[in-house]
Design a protein around this ligand. Structure first.
Ligand code: ASP
Ligand code: MG
Length: 422
């Protein structure tokens, strides 16, 4: 049996005809070396954004079913073009839409979750000696043709398609090809001496993705973790081996900060004079959840004179809607004021070592203090510390924290497989 590799190519790797030919060349090379291949593709470049804008230009409330059919065309298109490019290089290949590849989802248009995958068609095509190109980010609802609806998996969903296919097909490798060389200790556009991380654990990667590192979709990392799929993130444009996301055994060396994540798409909301009584938090966050307004960090101050202030962060694109909702709620629940600050940003450090080293928090705060940067909110998990600061200080903060934890120094010994467990 040949080795089965699932690969995924992102939108920027497929942005024009020349890049599509380049991607086909990479696939052809692996094929000629004897691998069986299932290749998941994203839509070309910013196609998904353009399609979304087009729909918005036509109506304020596009029908979710039609919207999914529209968005699915992006991946449909790139799949056919990559397949033609392979044919032109004398490689046998066939493109399949998500539904043709047997990807079944629930009915939640725009954010569908994969329910199961019937691999029969893909397996048959592989046996016929074809490279199978699968349109990422899409599936269909039911088994039967006369009721099935096209669904999409949410932005960045091609990563999820790839990891799900690798799990279902028990692939020997799952490779995510993108326009960066892998996962770095910080965004290299901001911190120029950021280092590529050779191996990172699922949990650390998940925290980084949640806190704004944009290389991998969080759901895909989760799915890889649950199914034990080793995910390699690497560049379409080089032969660098990239970063392996895998279960990393606890070794002493890993007892440190691994990487930072930066997120500029954040806004801070403060409700002033919230009545300090049981049930009030629910009265605020339940209506927000009902409207799909995701809340991230929440800080409630100590109450005084029967009232308190509450601050939290929301996605920046949601700040106007949040403010409107809270002003409405305030009339009923009786607070004096809603303040918003859209010019904030999140800076996080992530590492398995954090939970048994209280000193890391002090070091991070110290690095910010030395630069005269004020921290307006703090939140932590077992393996993460996040600070909210002013957005215009984010670059300075990132550089200072990176230096403080000496993340610019390459790792001495590679942790993971073969390293001694303690
Ligand atoms: N084309 C979709 C998006 O841009 C899915 C993906 O690229 O993974 O979100
Ligand atoms: Mg994309």
């Amino acid at each position: 049996m040949s080795r089965l590799i699932v690969q995924k190519y992102g939108g920027s790797s497929l942005a024009d005809a020349e890049r599509i030919r380049h991607v086909a060349g990479r696939i052809a090379r692996d094929r000629r070396e004897g691998a069986d291949l299932v290749v998941v593709v994203s839509a070309m470049g910013d196609t998904t954004d353009h399609l979304t804008e087009l729909a918005a230009a036509i109506t304020d409330e596009p029908d979710p079913r039609e919207m999914d059919s529209l968005l699915a065309t992006g991946e449909h298109m790139s799949g056919t073009l990559v397949t033609m490019a392979l044919h032109a290089q004398d490689i046998e290949a066939v493109s399949l839409t998500g539904p043709q590849a047997g990807i079944r989802t629930d009915t939640a248009h725009g954010r569908a979750r994969i329910a199961n995958i019937d691999p029969a068609r893909m397996r048959r095509e592989i046996e016929r000696g074809r490279v199978v190109i699968v349109a990422g980010f899409q599936g269909s609802t039911a088994e039967s043709y006369d009721t099935a609806e096209v669904t999409t998996l949410g932005r960045g969903g091609s990563d999820t398609t790839a990891v799900a296919l690798a799990a279902r097909l028990r692939a020997d490798a799952c490779e995510i090809y993108t326009d960066v060389e892998g996962i770095f200790t910080a965004d290299p556009r901001v911190v120029t001496d950021a280092q590529l991380i050779p191996t990172i654990g699922y949990e650390e990667m998940l925290e980084l993705a949640h806190q704004g590192a944009q290389v991998m979709q969080t759901r895909a990392v989760e799915l890889g973790w649950v199914n034990g799929v080793t995910i390699r993130v690497r560049s379409t444009f080089s032969d660098h081996p990239g970063t392996s996301i895998e279960e990393v055994r606890a070794v002493e060396l890993r007892d440190k900060v691994r990487a930072m994540a930066l997120d500029r798409k954040v806004a801070k909301v403060t409700i002033v004079g919230v009545p300090d009584r049981p049930g009030i938090a629910r009265s605020i966050f339940e209506p927000m959840a009902d409207q799909g307004l995701n809340v991230d960090m929440i800080v409630q101050n100590v109450g005084h004179d029967g009232s308190t202030d509450m601050s939290f962060t929301v996605e920046r694109t949601n700040v106007a809607r949040t403010e409107r909702l809270l002003q409405l709620l305030g009339k009923e629940l009786g607070w004096s004021e809603v303040q918003t600050d859209p010019e904030v940003a999140k800076v996080s450090i992530v590492g398995e070592g954090i939970h048994n080293h209280p000193g890391y928090a002090a070091q991070m705060f110290g690095a910010l203090a030395d630069e005269g940067i004020n921290i307006s909110m703090i939140s932590t998990s077992e393996i993460r510390i996040t600070c909210i600061i002013a957005e215009d200080q984010l670059d300075t903060a990132a550089k200072a924290i990176h230096r403080t934890f000496r993340l610019q120094e390459p790792e001495q010994v590679e942790a993971g497989e073969g390293a001694a467990a303690v």
